[in-house]
Design a protein around this ligand. Sequence first.
Ligand code: FMN
Length: 380
Amino acid sequence: MSSTLPTTPDQPLLWRAELGDLTLPNRVVMAPLTRARVANDALVPTELIATYYGQRATAGLIITEGTWVSERAIGFVNVPGIYREEQIAGWRRVTGLVHALGGRIVLQLWHTGAASHPDHLGGELPGGPSAVNPRTKSFTADGFKDTVTPREMTTADIAATVDDFRAAAANARRAGFDGVEIGALGAFLITQFLNPRLNLRTDAYGGDPAGRRRLLLEIVDAVAEPWPGRRVGVRLGPYWSDGDRFRADEETLTDYDALVTELNDRPVAYLHLRGPDRTAADGGPDLAALARYRRRFDGPLVANNGFDRESGNAVIEAGIADAVSFGTHFIANPDLVTRFALRRAPAVSDPATYYTGGAEGYVDHIPSGSPARAVEALAP
Ligand SMILES: Cc1cc2nc3c(=O)[nH]c(=O)nc-3n(C[C@H](O)[C@H](O)[C@H](O)COP(=O)(O)O)c2cc1C
């Protein structure tokens, strides 16, 4: 009787996958989501945060919210760190619960650089590649504030920052994570260095595209040291645009082509690509924009931005991506994998609760009868 049943699920999102040394039972990845729920001065992940990730343990892979590699990296309120012993202990509770529930979880490493604000840094100016204001916003205790002109980082500052990433990656290993992801997108430190409008340096960390990508490549090498094998992912957003500083013109895209080619020489577990922003009228994610990187990157590729069940299955079926990450869908659907498997429509999240509000909009999306209820029995 059972021999007539298919052994491979008909939806590619439900196929197993290997991302470097990470083995995923399905290809539905939880994208990194800053939720600003760490309301304590030491920026230690709490039981509330463990519950949130535990509820989502059926994801093929959880990528945590961006997490500070050091105190100097801070640029947003109520975001956790991974540079103090208490923070490592807090994360250990998170990884322990996710693993007890059968999940896999990697930590996203984050540094805001010039996109921080003196309010986060005891009144000091943030550091950036050059003294050029990235003209973005920083979320402070008093709400969003305009960024300021940063001070230009010295080569000693840069070396210390690379060391911070290495130490944070080692701490993530001690905290029980399955790997780490380098957050190299948005308007933050690494993309400030990649950006010819913000990086006016004439030393080894600027001057030309090779100089501008040196910081990221040094960080990849440093972060890989405490993680033998392939357990380091890199997240890029070549199509990111923000104000007059960040834009995806041909020069930017050509620089990213060269960068991705250089990543082929490094022990990267996967490339996590945020594709262009699209509206519903565009007809879903721009697969051609993602295919550009499939042609250049030899390893596994995780696609993101605007996917749903149908387009997620399609991008894998087309051979453009190995897995798909979902951000907003995972906010309101801790059981997203089950919903996809049963072809149930996902619930819709409320943006008003994304960055505020304790448990509300955070851990209260448990549908009755869902396996996610098991987390309540396991949570300490
Ligand atoms: C509330 C919120 C917080 C986010 N925080 C992060 C983050 O910490 N790191 C990161 O790389 N991307 C972050 N993103 C971007 C998401 O990972 C993802 O790229 C975005 O939601 C688009 O995917 P989606 O269409 O599946 O939602 C965030 C997005 C949202 C909505």
